[in-house]
Design a protein around this ligand. Structure first.
Ligand code: SF4
Length: 324
C-alpha cells in the first residue's frame, strides 16, 4: 500500500516559476511514490477574495498548468475543494474540538487582520480548521510543505491528535515532506516570488515575454557598470541559473566575478534556458487549452473519486461523535 499525500493550493490562476520549482515539480515526482490527492482550494480563497467574478477562470488556468506540467489524472486525484462538500461538514465537526486560543495565536491570522482590517471574517479564524479537514478527510499521511508552512501543519496534527484522543483513533497525524526548493525569490530579488507582488514569471508566457520579464530582474546592486566584478552569490539571476542552467553554474559564477559576462547576456542566457525547460510544458498546455471540456471532465471524475473516500471518513467521524 502506498502512503497517501494531500496538498492544497490556493487558486491563483496561471502558475509562476516559483510555484513550478517550489511545488509543481515536487507534485509530479511524488506521483511515483505515493497515492496523491491535489486540490485547488477555492473555499479558502473566499476568506480574502471579495470579487469572485474571476474565480472559475483562475481555477481553470491553475489546473491547466498542473496537468500540462505532468500531474496525471489517471494516477492522482486532481480536484476542486468545493466539489467535495463533505469537507465543509468535517470542518464544522473539527471546530468543536479546536480551542479558539489555538486559532487566535496563528501568526498568519494576525497578519491577515493587519492586511485586511475591513474584512476580518469568521472564515479567517477557522482557516486552519478547514485546512485540517482538507487533509484528514482523506486520511492523508504526508503533506508536502515549504518551511514557512510547518506551523500550519503542526496545528493540523494537534487538531487530529485531539480528535483521536477524545473519540478514538481516526486520523493519521500527517507528516511534513519538505520540498527540495522551498524559497524562490521574485524578480525584485527580495521577496518570495508571488503574483500579488508582481515579481513573478508565469510558466505559460511565450519565449519573448519570458525574456522581457527576466530583463526586469534586479541583480547584484554593487555591479553598477559592465566592467565591475559581480557577486553571483547575492544575485537573483544566478540563483535561478542554479535551477535552469545547472551544468554551467560554475562557469557563470567565474565569468560574473571576473566581469567576463555582463548582466544583459547573463539574463538572456537564463531566459533561453527557462524557455527550453518549459518548452514541452507550453506545447502540452496549448493542446489542453484547445479542449476545454477535458479539464471539466478531469475535475468531475476526480471529485467523484475523492467523494468516495470523503463519505467513508465522514461516516466514521459522525459515528464516533455520536451523531449516528
Ligand atoms: S552577471 Fe549574472 S550572476 Fe553576475 S550579477 Fe549579472 S546577472 Fe547576476
Amino acid at each position: 500500500m502506498k502512503k497517501r499525500v494531500f496538498s492544497g493550493a490556493r487558486c491563483t490562476g496561471r502558475q509562476h516559476i516559483g510555484n513550478y520549482l517550489g511545488a509543481i515539480k515536487n507534485y509530479v515526482n511524488l506521483q511515483d511514490e505515493y497515492d496523491c490527492i491535489y486540490c485547488a482550494v477555492d473555499v479558502h480563497a473566499l476568506t480574502s477574495l471579495e470579487d469572485t467574478s474571476t474565480l472559475q477562470e483562475t481555477i481553470r488556468e491553475m489546473i491547466l498548468d498542473w496537468l500540462a506540467a505532468g500531474l496525471d489524472p489517471q494516477r492522482s486525484i486532481i480536484f476542486v475543494q468545493s466539489h467535495v462538500p463533505e469537507v465543509m461538514e468535517l470542518h464544522t465537526l473539527l471546530s468543536m474540538v479546536t480551542p479558539l486560543g489555538w486559532l487566535l495565536r496563528v501568526p498568519t491570522f494576525k497578519e491577515k487582520v493587519k492586511l485586511q482590517p475591513q474584512n476580518v471574517n469568521y472564515g479567517l479564524v477557522g482557516y486552519p480548521v478547514l485546512m485540517t479537514a482538507d487533509i484528514v478527510l482523506y486520511k492523508a499521511e504526508v503533506v508536502p510543505v515549504g518551511e514557512d508552512q510547518l506551523p500550519h501543519l503542526e496545528l493540523a496534527r494537534n487538531i487530529a491528535r485531539r480528535f483521536n484522543n477524545r473519540f478514538g483513533d481516526t486520523f493519521p497525524e500527517p507528516q511534513a515532506k519538505l520540498t527540495q526548493f522551498p524559497l524562490i525569490l521574485g524578480l525584485d530579488g527580495k521577496e518570495k516570488m508571488s503574483k500579488q507582488l508582481g515579481n513573478d514569471i508565469e510558466m505559460a508566457l511565450s519565449d519573448e515575454e519570458t525574456e522581457e520579464r527576466v530583463m526586469t530582474a534586479v541583480t547584484d546592486p554593487a555591479r553598477r557598470y559592465r566592467n565591475d566584478p559581480g557577486h553571483p552569490e547575492i544575485c537573483n539571476i544566478y540563483s535561478l541559473h542554479k535551477y535552469f542552467t545547472p551544468s554551467q553554474i560554475d562557469d557563470i559564477a567565474e565569468q560574473c566575478r571576473s566581469a567576463k559576462i555582463g548582466c544583459v547576456d547573463c539574463k538572456k542566457l537564463l531566459a533561453k534556458h527557462i524557455n527550453s525547460d518549459l518548452g514541452p510544458f507550453r506545447e502540452r498546455r496549448a493542446a489542453l487549452a484547445a479542449k476545454p471540456q477535458y479539464i471539466a471532465d478531469v475535475l468531475a471524475d476526480s471529485a467523484q473519486r475523492a467523494r468516495v473516500i470523503a463519505r467513508e471518513t465522514l461516516g466514521e467521524v459522525k459515528q464516533k461523535m455520536g451523531l449516528i
